[in-house]
Design a protein around this ligand. Sequence first.
Ligand SMILES: Nc1nc2c(ncn2[C@@H]2O[C@H](COP(=O)(O)OP(=O)(O)O)[C@@H](O)[C@H]2O)c(=O)[nH]1
Ligand SMILES: Nc1ncnc2c1ncn2[C@@H]1O[C@H](COP(=O)(O)OP(=O)(O)O)[C@@H](O)[C@H]1O
Length: 198
Amino acid sequence: MKQHLGTLLVVSGPSGSGKTTLCRRATENGLCVYSISCTTRQPRPGEVNGVDYHFLTPSEFAARVEKGDFLEYAEVHGNRYGTLKADILDLLEQGKTVVMDIDVQGAAQVRACREGILPLCYADVYIYVPQEELKNRLCGRQTDGDETISLRLRNAAQEDACLPQYQYCLVSSDREADYAAFSALIKCQSMRVGLMRE
Ligand SMILES: Nc1nc2c(ncn2[C@@H]2O[C@H](COP(=O)(O)OP(=O)(O)O)[C@@H](O)[C@H]2O)c(=O)[nH]1
Ligand SMILES: Nc1ncnc2c1ncn2[C@@H]1O[C@H](COP(=O)(O)OP(=O)(O)O)[C@@H](O)[C@H]1O
């Protein structure tokens, strides 16, 4: 029986596109492991340190940049976000699918990374949602104030401009259709012949 390497699936899209919803549901259903990012932003009500994010102070974040701990990092909507290198390569060697909910700048860094098995395992998907629907979702989420929502909506157009850099685009519709497409993508990736090893 051949062994499989895992897939590193990068998921990007504007704020409110449903990235967290999709990644969490797929993780809960055992399809993948969620890569928990570090951030300097304040936790939202209900977010748990070490589960949703590793919440760091700006100086703690800067120290980890200095130590070279991040696979990628970027400033997004005025806060810093980054993915720790530790664990990801091990999980891929074990054949796990790792999903990373990261912005377009972080995705560009991981896509360009030539380290070890990363280029082989890499796949990415952009979640596209029309602006009016994004606004409805961000207001409906009730986690952010008006200013935070406006900033995220203003940044959405710039993020959408990066769509052609991605391998896959999921045009969002309802929750069930989105999840069906997302889980199918995860399953297809895990069948890639290029990931089989003797
Ligand atoms: N580059 C990078 N972006 C991240 C990381 N974690 C989250 N992000 C992105 O940061 C943005 C803001 O995320 P968040 O604060 O959770 O707000 P939300 O998008 O409104 O739910 C999103 O585009 C995320 O994809 C990371 O580790 N690295
Ligand atoms: N397909 C969908 N249709 C309608 N609402 C959705 C859909 N997917 C997610 N939502 C809702 O939209 C809001 C933003 O989703 P979230 O997963 O937090 O987005 P992101 O992580 O991309 O910022 C949440 O309130 C979520 O419940």
